[in-house]
Design a protein around this ligand. Sequence first.
Ligand SMILES: [Mg+2]
Length: 115
Amino acid sequence: MSRILLSLDIDGTIEVGDPPGVLTMEMIRTTVGKGFIVGSCSDRPLSTQRRIFLQHGITVEFAVSKHMLPEVMAQFHADHYVHVGDREDLDKRYALAAGFGFLWPEEAAEKAWFF
Ligand SMILES: [Mg+2]
């Protein structure tokens, strides 16, 4: 079974972001239950990122800034590394530069991962 590492932007990507995004905390809990390595990658302070997820019962495996995705890849072994975010400049650009796959929130929400 292949292991997927999922890096999630917050604002514009998950339902508790500002603005809210299409990925719900329930969907994210489902990926954790499936054994995904789930972490947070946002411009918010790292401790705030962890708290946002923890408030919804999710302990993220990592909480990083956008430019730290290469460190995430070095730290965790996975078959697929995917970042989900809503900004071309801040999300897609950094994800691709780090060797991650990239999905817009609406694309990610279609994946069987979340159900
Ligand atoms: Mg965003």
